[in-house]
Ligand binder design. Structure first.
Ligand SMILES: N[C@@H](CCC(=O)N[C@@H](CS)C(=O)NCC(=O)O)C(=O)O
Length: 200
């Protein structure tokens, strides 16, 4: 049965859409509008009233990183979901790390810049978020020293998940010049045809 991915492309559902394109699996995209997320029909699909949600037959899954790790484990080929427990754990590590260390400050800036009317903007919150970013970007820059991808020598679900989070640095024009390994890695990941296809 064809999987269903709920959520507009301009939301965290983009992560699952990128994954589906990357894996080349058939999927149905249900771009439910944000205003309908708290309706009774959608709450049956995801009781959080948030996107993305994956429906795979009778199986329902929320949380973008979990969805992508599941899809990669189920359909990944040629090491995209690595074979060893250690490398799989590293994919989980970078996915959780992206969510806990990078997502919030990047989102704070993104929301302030693009979704907040000028009179409601919070320069202090943005300044705080900007202060939080150098440390994790420094860690990531170190981890990418001398390597093209995070784990082994190939692009994996760990790269996809973390790059999807880091992609928010682009619309906010966050300057990655101090983190050249991150900048080069992010360019490499976001140049993938599947990423581009997910944004059409
Ligand atoms: N940690 C969740 C976050 C999901 C989330 O907050 N999605 C946003 C859209 S990007 C949403 O559904 N917001 C609606 C709301 O919070 O009411 C994930 O990564 O899937």
């Amino acid at each position: 049965m064809t999987i269903k991915i709920y959520g507009p492309a301009a939301s965290r559902a983009s992560r699952a859409l990128w994954m589906a394109h990357e894996l080349g699996i058939p999927f149905e995209h249900i771009p439910i509008e944000m205003k309908d997320l708290k309706g009774p029909d959608y709450l049956k699909v995801n009781p959080n009233g948030k996107v993305p949600t994956l429906v795979d037959g009778d199986f329902k899954l929320f949380e973008s990183m979990a969805i992508n790790l599941y899809l990669a484990a189920k359909h990944g080929k040629d090491g995209f979901f690595p074979a060893t427990l250690e490398e799989q754990a590293l994919c989980h590590q970078w996915s959780f790390w992206g969510m806990t260390e990078l997502e919030k400050p990047l989102l704070t800036i993104l929301i302030d810049k693009f979704m907040t009317p000028p009179d409601k903007r919070k320069p202090e919150a943005v300044a705080e978020a900007e202060k939080a970013l150098p440390k994790p970007f420094g860690v990531l820059n170190g981890a990418l020293h001398g390597r093209e991808y995070l784990i082994g020598s190939k692009f994996t679900v760990g790269d996809l998940n973390l790059a999807a989070i880091c992609s928010w640095s682009r619309p906010i024009k966050y300057d990655l010049a101090a983190y050249p390994n991150v900048a080069a890695w992010l360019d490499r990941c976001l140049a993938r045809p599947a990423y581009k296809a997910s944004r059409k």
